[in-house]
Design a binder for this molecule. Structure first.
Ligand code: 4G0
Length: 222
């Protein structure tokens, strides 16, 4: 998969995507990642990319010309163009799975109070939000989407990690887990996990996952 990102803050992308599993995916060619500076498509010598909203109001909007020209120069046949903004559809594991089936993504990250509406109407195939909060710009949301999608690409994870993903799709939170020592400062691991009865362990874990989901995420059970 190829992922292009259009951003005003390319330096923010150095670091998180240069580590561990994502870097391995990039080095092996399973993921091609290209970060682009939106100002490269600005028209004037001040590299202006924003302007004030018609009708008044606070803040600035990303103006259409630089983004239209950037997207037109970067997208090819079959590229899915996605805006990151607080008004998007809420990103989740199911959307990550869908996106991992695409050939190319182009992530357009905003800033200020948002985008000129013509960008949303004409240029974007989808608009995603990583959650109900406002950040200073869309770089972190783009990195969240890239990470969640890249680890699902065939060959990126080992088999152990891949199967772990399925437990999320069963719609419950993870059951609690412990590792050695069985007694740490008097804090003991539940006896059921130490007795080697795998049918009993499986049943106990299912119950615990349900208890935890009811407490933390009752919305998942509805
Ligand atoms: C567009 C995404 C972009 C509009 C982006 C802000 C949070 C998210 C931005 C705005 C972002 C998210 C209307 C403030 C840049 N913050 N939740 N900031 N407005 O995914």
């Amino acid at each position: 998969m190829k992922i292009d990102v259009l951003t005003l803050f390319p330096a923010m992308f150095a670091g998180p995507l240069d580590e561990s599993i994502i870097m391995r995916a990039r080095k092996s060619g399973l993921l091609e990642l290209n970060i682009h500076q939106l100002r490269d498509w600005a028209h004037d010598k001040h590299k202006t990319v924003d302007d004030r909203p018609f009708g008044g109001g606070p803040g600035m909007l990303l103006k259409p010309e630089p983004i239209f020209e950037a997207v037109e120069s970067l997208k090819r046949d079959g590229t899915k163009v996605i805006l990151l903004s607080p008004s998007g559809r809420k990103f989740n594991q199911a959307i990550a799975r869908e996106l991992s089936q695409e050939k190319d993504l182009l992530l357009v990250t905003g800033h200020y109070e948002g985008f000129d509406e013509r960008i949303r109407e004409t240029l974007a195939d989808d608009e995603l939000s990583i959650g109900d909060y406002v950040l200073t710009n869309g770089a972190l949301p783009a990195m969240v989407v890239i990470d969640a999608v890249a680890r699902l690409l065939p060959g990126v994870l080992g088999d152990d990690d891949s199967s772990r993903d399925e437990s999320f799709s069963h719609g419950l939170l993870e059951y609690p887990q412990w590792t050695r020592p069985a007694d740490f400062r008097g804090l003991k691991v539940p006896e059921v996990l130490l007795n080697g009865n795998h049918a009993e362990i499986e049943k106990w874990r299912r119950e615990q996952a349900k208890v935890r989901t009811e407490a933390q995420r009752p919305d998942l059970l509805k």
